[in-house]
Design a protein around this ligand. Structure first.
Ligand code: ADP
Ligand code: MG
Length: 526
């Protein structure tokens, strides 16, 4: 797909509209938008043809709202749409576009009480989005008047034809002032629509966005259907063995939200979108390349320049706009003969769009069920085992040998000790300490004192004064309240008053002393 690097700011739009578009999270106009908005603003009649999901609503919505006079309370634009659902969605989008301009759009469709619609109409609206049947009803009752309409939009024209609305549409067209602009948007252009356009449009400018032939890489493609995408995503991340991973979102705001949510859940994620400075982007990309963040979250636009070979997973957290975008996104994995996985999250209502993507991209996306809680547990066990084996292989845990041999000397079974150590390392000291009602247990310190274990010692040239200084200054307690200090080759025991022990632990743990990173733990009774 040839992407125009055009920005909304390059189009002659008022500040209020640009502000609204930014707030909607649109980074740049889609191709149909880039080409039709300027024509419509110039006053031409326009026929826009592009497939579903390419942003046709904003393509007519932006110029239509732009041209609407804020002050006038007359209906200035009419959008005809085939279904109630589309009427509601389209009106919502127009209201977003008109947010700062205070242009009000009302959807009018069958199935809703007509009295309620009349009340809403009486409050004054400038744009109506309506289904043909209900609109005719209002026109016959005189509750909607079209004499001030300057812009008429026929949206999803091919679907309106399919649903048998063509006569209704002609009836409506006859009631609108001939001196008007007509915009027609459709995914396809069947003959009756062509004919309609010839009869009712004035020298229309045509914009057709054609699709390019794209090949889908040979990778695993699955989709998950859920109403709770975030929960679903976390589950998948927990069980799936992933390397470098890209998650696609549709808007900048979605990127920010998702990276904050993932961070809060303990995944290390970095977001990439058009609002970041080049320096910020480079920083995120560097971290991602070096594996310092696991997950890159990006908009389509921001991801465009990315060239990384070893991406194992592409996740479509928001369904791609169209099949081209789908193919572009998933093409980031499975490069150079590597294996890759593409996962797409959809909400139930998006199934139709997914099917369309499959059809147009000539590909099959398999349904997969989300991992269950027991899948996750199983995976966690595997991970712990893997890490344990790795730690054993690295063979750098001498510091802890004496602890284990001391405990073993007390008569505990080695397997039990290992299991307890694992529990301790996974669940931490805090929990058990709490359930004991005694925060540190017996650490072997003098009465009123807690004995702490630090994993640095003589080998690191640590002297008592270093320990006193570090604890006193970092934890802000008087040096003379610190008790006995015993320094060994690889570790040190130090006693601190019970009431400040917690604070000393929190501050000193993972802090550095003489440039050495320290682990601090309560000592075990001798
Ligand atoms: P169509 O009418 O062509 O099927 P829509 O107008 O319904 O497509 O747009 C599909 C989706 O794309 C909507 O969720 C819309 O908000 C979003 N969208 C439209 N334009 C843009 C854009 N420029 N950038 C990002 N998302 C967009
Ligand atoms: Mg549409």
């Amino acid at each position: 797909m040839k992407h125009e690097m055009k920005k909304f700011g390059d189009i002659d739009l008022s500040r209020k509209i640009l502000q609204a578009v930014t707030e909607m999270g649109f980074e740049e106009p889609s191709p149909i938008q880039a080409q039709t908005i300027p024509l419509a603003l110039e006053g031409h009649d326009v026929i826009g043809q592009a497939q579903t999901g390419t942003g046709k609503t904003a393509a007519f919505g932006i110029p239509t709202v732009e041209k609407t006079a804020e002050k006038s309370r007359h209906i200035q634009a009419l959008v005809l749409t085939p279904t109630r659902e589309l009427a509601i969605q389209t009106a919502e989008e127009l209201n977003k576009i008109g947010k700062f301009k205070r242009v009000r759009t009302l959807p009018v469709y069958g199935g809703q009480s007509i009295e309620r619609q009349i009340k809403a109409l009486n409050r004054g609206v400038q744009i109506i989005v309506g289904t043909p049947g209900r609109l005719l009803d209002h026109l016959h009752r005189g509750t909607i008047k079209l004499e001030h309409v300057q812009t008429l939009v026929l949206d999803e024209a091919d679907e309106m034809l399919d649903m048998g609305f063509i006569d209704d549409i002609e009836n409506i067209l006859e009631m609108i002032p001939a001196e008007r602009q007509t915009l027609l948007f459709s995914a396809t252009m069947p003959a009756p629509i062509e004919k309609l356009s010839l009869r009712y449009m004035n020298h229309p400018q045509r914009v057709t966005i054609t699709r390019e032939n794209l090949t889908v890489p040979l990778i695993d493609q699955v989709y998950y259907e859920t109403r709770q995408k975030f929960e679903g995503l976390c589950r998948v991340l927990d069980v799936e063995e992933t390397g470098k991973l890209i998650i696609f979102c549709r808007t900048k705001r979605a990127v920010d939200d998702l990276s904050a949510s993932l961070d809060a859940r303990g995944y290390s994620a970095g977001g990439l979108h058009g609002d970041l400075s080049q320096i910020q982007r480079d920083r995120v990309m560097k971290k991602f390349r070096e594996g310092r963040i696991d997950v890159l979250i990006a908009t389509d636009v921001a991801a465009r320049g990315i060239d990384i070979d070893d991406i194992t997973h592409v996740i479509n957290y928001d369904i791609p706009q169209d099949h081209e975008s789908y193919v572009h996104r998933i093409g980031r994995t499975g490069r150079a003969g590597r294996t890759g996985v593409a996962m797409t999250f959809i909400e139930p209502k998006e199934y139709r769009q997914l099917r369309l993507i499959m059809k147009l991209a000539h590909t099959k996306i398999q349904r997969r069920e989300l991992p269950t809680a027991s899948d996750i547990l199983e995976r966690q066990k595997e991970l712990v085992q893997e890490r344990l084996v790795k730690t054993l292989q690295q063979n750098r845990y001498d510091d802890y040998h004496t602890i284990i041999s001391d405990v073993a000397a007390e008569g505990f079974d080695l397997v039990d000790i290992a299991a307890a150590a694992l529990k301790l390392s996974l669940e931490g000291f805090q929990e058990d300490a709490k359930s004991d009602g005694d925060s540190f247990g017996d650490t072997g310190g003098a009465p009123g004192m807690v004995r702490l274990f630090l994993n640095i010692g003589r080998n690191q040239k640590i002297r008592p004064s270093d320990i006193v200084r570090a604890i006193a200054s970092e934890a802000d307690i008087p040096g003379d309240t610190i008790g006995v200090i015993n320094i060994y080759d690889r570790f040190t025991f130090v006693e601190v008053p019970e009431d400040v022990a917690e604070r000393v632990m929190n501050i000193m743990h993972r802090n550095t002393v003489k440039g050495y990173k320290v682990n601090v733990e309560p000592a075990r009774k001798r």
